[in-house]
Design a protein around this ligand. Structure first.
Ligand code: ME8
Length: 507
């Protein structure tokens, strides 16, 4: 089972392009694995407890529960808009989760890893995290660039310090545990400096999961949040499902929350006696005008601002094709429009229009199932094979490389039409057989094209599939069989409207 997760998002505001990025990559990768024929469990959700949410609710004069119930709908809307295909959506206010938090923290306590002590220090509410004075930059939070607050409490602590050596050993023995490599190095040097125990509870807050052994404390929101990955896998009362699902194949996270996932979470799992996830894959930030897009900076662009212009597939394609998973990436409307017009309106969209147009014009959409395998067709076959091979980039979150590879098929198919000139063949009755072959090979390129674009652009791929008159869907898989370049079947294709209408950029 491929169990893949996104972070669970704080419902303190609606999701923006930055938050949507992790979910989008996870979706494309989940779809890739389904296409390969793997069983997949794709989880996302919301992180609903903690001080940040309690305050967001208070500012609106609402109870925290009423506020999160309201805002969680914005997440469902955004994921629907972007055709996100999660199998489960966990909310940390659900019973299945709160009971799991209590069970896991109890297991950590039973292991002797929890003790009580007083803590005082700077706290960033936006991060929901304590800092030490020397981690602050000019006295403010290094991530949110906002003032911190001094919090002082009697808290329960987790003996994180006891796990440094085991963590280092695990990372060394499993080089793929943290990716990309720069992030792994960062984690290693952080752990090598020694780990401090961390506070796992709050006595000053009521909006959280009560500690099972001391109801006057609630679990610290990050302890609560990380446990979602096992709650949703059935840790508490579905042993069979848990055994099939856990450990996760990959947790996808932004670089700002890497330490929670690559250090604290594995230590919690070790303490509770559970296996560690295979991989923590971390990406950079989406920037606008050089600044991190964020709720607290109020420079957010929402998926709903772009989808009406670019469609869900134009949106998905741009972020998967132009943002490398790892470094920071800059968002610009101009860059997105240029990419859309070049790759989708021109390369892919025109190919679809031309091919279906020719099939309708010369054969009323019914092209006989006759295949050619000559030197003219060789680049098509190679393009199809290259596209399938490149798709494996999704296994390492190399969405850009995967889609570059897919485009080799479309370039080959466009070049094939130019080289074989079916519009000339159509003028010579003696070439009717060759015209059938050329149309068949071109339709076959579209059929394979629909399959290999499905992880990135499911809606366009499914629309194309329907126009090709094929049974089932492009995502049915298994890829190794369905994407083999062969003979296009004797079905009837229909032209339809342009898949990707050009966007006028001079407005
Ligand atoms: O951190 N570019 O939630 P969150 C790219 N609840 N990614 C961005 C981004 C940007 N501009 N802005 C935010 C939390 N993100 C916790 C997670 S998981 C057990 C708990 C990403 O809503 C960010 O990097 O603040 C992070 O991965 C994710 O959005 C969640 O942010």
């Amino acid at each position: 089972m491929i169990y893949i997760t996104t972070p669970i998002y704080y419902p303190n505001d609606r999701p923006h392009l930055g938050t949507a990025y992790t979910t989008l990559v996870a979706d494309a990768v989940a779809r890739y694995w389904r296409l390969k024929g793997e069983e997949v469990w794709f989880l996302t959700g919301t992180d609903e407890h903690g001080l940040k949410i309690a305050r967001a609710a208070e500012e609106r004069g609402m109870t925290p529960q009423a506020w999160v119930d309201h805002i969680v709908e914005r997440f469902h809307e955004a994921w629907d808009l972007l055709d996100i295909s999660h199998d489960d959506f966990i909310r940390t206010t659900e019973d299945r989760h709160t009971a799991t938090v209590q069970a896991l923290l109890t297991a950590m306590r039973d292991a002797g890893d929890v003790y009580e002590a007083r803590y005082e220090g700077p706290y960033c509410v936006s991060c929901e995290a304590y800092y030490t004075e020397d981690q602050l930059v000019d006295g403010v939070c290094p991530i949110h660039e906002r003032p911190t607050e001094i919090h002082a409490e009697d808290n329960y602590f987790f003996r994180l310090s006891a796990y440094a050596d085991r963590l280092l050993a695990h990372i060394e023995a499993n080089p793929e545990f943290v990716t990309p490599e720069t992030r792994r190095n960062e984690v290693v040097s952080f752990v090598e400096q020694g780990l401090e125990d961390i506070s796992i509870s709050r006595a000053s807050l009521t909006w959280g999961v009560p500690l099972p052994w001391d109801g006057s404390h609630v679990a610290y929101v990050w302890m609560d949040a990380l446990i979602n990955y096992v709650s949703a896998a059935g840790y508490l009362d579905e042993p069979d499902r848990f055994a099939a699902t856990w450990p996760a194949w990959a947790h996808l996270v932004g670089k700002d929350i890497l330490r929670f996932h690559a250090i604290i979470w594995p230590a919690m799992l070790m303490s509770a006696g559970l296996p560690l996830p295979r991989q923590i894959a971390s990406h950079g930030f989406l920037l606008v005008g050089g600044e991190k897009m964020s709720k607290s900076r109020a420079n957010q662009i929402l998926p709903g601002d772009l989808v009406p212009t670019f469609g869900p597939d134009g949106y998905r394609y741009h972020f998967l094709r132009d943002v490398s998973f790892g470094p920071d990436g800059n968002f610009s409307w101009e860059g997105m429009a240029a990419r859309y017009n070049a790759d989708l309106a021109n390369d892919f969209g025109n190919l679809v229009n031309r091919t279906l147009n020719l099939a309708e014009r010369y054969r009323d959409g019914a092209v006989p199932a006759v295949a050619a395998d000559g030197p003219d067709e060789a680049p098509l076959r190679e393009g199809a094979a290259a596209a399938v091979e490149a798709l494996a980039g999704f296994e390492e979150f190399k969405t850009k490389q995967a889609l570059e590879g897919v485009w080799r098929l479309f370039r080959a198919a466009n070049a094939y039409l130019e080289a074989t000139e079916p519009w000339k063949l159509a003028k010579d009755p003696a070439q009717a057989g060759r015209l059938d072959e050329v149309l068949n090979a071109s339709l076959e390129a579209l059929r394979v094209g629909a399959i290999v674009t499905w992880p990135a652009m499911p809606r366009a791929a499914e629309t194309l599939w329907a126009r090709l008159g094929l049974d089932g869907g492009p995502g049915d898989g298994p890829l190794a069989e369905t994407a083999r370049f062969g003979t296009f079947p004797a079905v009837t294709v229909t032209k339809g409207d342009p898949l990707f209408p050009r966007i006028e950029t001079d407005e």
